[in-house]
Ligand binder design. Structure first.
Ligand code: PMP
Length: 407
């Protein structure tokens, strides 16, 4: 069983005060805090081993290359992807942009369709929209049910032999809904479409096995799983990566360059142009070691328990509306509205109590509109360092907010 209070001790920022109160951090779906083990791994790399990766001739730069490649391998292993199947990017957004660009360059033509869902983050909508303008393909969206789950029959109806790509979130950052990635990937495969899983909200919280899911690509971000910002991942089937054109061009991604043409490096480096974020990879690898020590299976179990507890407490108030499915079908994310109070005001008052939540559309404006939430919602999200007292503090502050401003 995961000991969240003990884990929280590893996070320097959680020892700080905010507004003179204990800092309660309930915004991990946006970004997670970092344990000292990750901070120290980065500091050790810069203090003792930093050099140019793949390019230097010194002992130190050889060490930097070795450490980077070891970290790179460890990052892929976390989702059961080999080194050749793991491309390091800046974040999920860049991973999805890479795919939208390279896939549309290789495969997509007028009349083709890309199928998304209505619960996507902007990063899995906007790149497709932009490339559709250029290439003339159509973007479609599978709907959601009243309880905030993906409407699989609608997805099945909308998939056809025109569908070339199905790209969907594994876990919604607004509703918390966990989608059946294996089943959706199978539906896509049967229709002859490429499947892409946005794992930004799943990989940090539960066991995600790229091969078991059977998707073509899986994207996620280091900063949402205790790692540093600026490092993300795109896992993909080797044969897919091999046939795709590169996204960015320059140093390291080439094999040979002539004045009139160039050839590409082996995988994964064909998709890693320029000097890599070596310290980021090393920090993310340390974050993975930390999560593995806790046991990734225990992470979702712990978050579910917190979600159930928060559900009970919030529904007990009588003036809070929660969005999305029951706790058993979701990750540790709860979006909610307090009757008569703008979500930004809820966030503002909670901040006065030292509690950070997120408010607004959560980078999912189409979904927010679909839910009829013109002013957005407030959202609390949990991770390994959260415990019941955090939720009690938030619920107490919400109650005070309602007494102050609610109707
Ligand atoms: N997809 C989902 C479901 C997300 O929650 C997020 C981050 N909120 C992203 C993609 C984008 O992640 P990043 O900003 O790290 O690129």
């Amino acid at each position: 069983m995961l000991d969240a209070k003990k884990i929280a001790q590893d996070f320097p920022i959680l020892q700080k005060k905010s507004r003179g109160k204990r800092f309660v951090y309930l915004n991990s779906a946006a970004t997670t805090q970092k344990p000292r083990q990750v901070i120290e791994a980065i500091s050790d790399f810069y203090s003792n081993h930093h050099g140019t990766v793949h390019r230097g001739s010194s002992e130190i730069s050889a060490q930097a290359t070795e450490m980077f490649e070891k970290a790179h391998e460890n990052i892929g292993k976390f989702v059961n992807a080999s080194m050749q199947e793991t491309v390091l990017t800046r974040n999920t957004t860049e991973s999805l942009n890479l795919l939208a660009y390279s896939l549309s360059k290789k495969y997509l033509k007028p009349g083709d369709e890309v199928l998304l869902t209505k619960m996507e983050h902007h990063s899995n909508i906007v790149p497709w929209q932009q490339l559709a303008l250029e290439k003339g393909f159509t973007v479609k969206y599978a709907g959601i049910t009243k309880s905030g789950e993906l409407d699989i029959s609608d997805l099945q109806e909308k998939i056809s032999n025109k569908t070339k790509v199905v790209s969907f979130t594994h876990c919604s950052n607004v509703l918390g809904t966990i989608n059946d990635a294996k089943e959706i990937s199978r539906i896509a495969r049967d229709a002859g479409a490429i499947s892409i899983v946005d794992g930004a909200q799943s990989v940090p919280h539960m066991m995600v096995d790229f091969k078991k899911i059977g998707c073509d690509f899986l994207a996620f971000s280091g900063h949402k799983m205790l790692g540093p910002t600026g490092i993300g991942v795109l896992a993909g089937k080797k044969e897919r990566f091999e046939e795709l054109p590169p996204f960015l061009f320059g140093g390291d991604m080439i094999s040979e360059v002539f004045f009139d043409h160039s050839t590409w490096n082996d995988l994964p480096f064909k998709f890693e142009a320029g000097t890599p974020h070596s310290a980021g990879a090393i920090g993310l690898s340390a974050a993975i070691d930390y999560l593995e020590k806790i046991g990734i299976e225990d992470v979702l179990r712990h978050e579910r328990e917190l979600t159930k507890f928060a559900f009970e407490k919030l529904s007990g108030l009588g003036f809070v509306e929660m969005h999305g499915p029951i706790p058993e079908k979701r990750g540790g994310v709860i979006s909610f509205n307090v009757r008569g109070i703008h979500p930004h005001d809820v966030g503002g008052v909670l901040d006065e109590y030292g509690i950070e939540i997120r408010t607004g559309s959560h980078c999912a404006q189409p979904l927010t509109r679909e839910l009829g939430l013109e002013s957005g919602s407030a959202r609390m999200s949990f991770y390994v360092y959260n415990y019941r007292e955090d939720i009690e503090a938030a619920v107490e502050a919400i109650e005070k907010t309602f007494r102050l401003m609610g109707k």
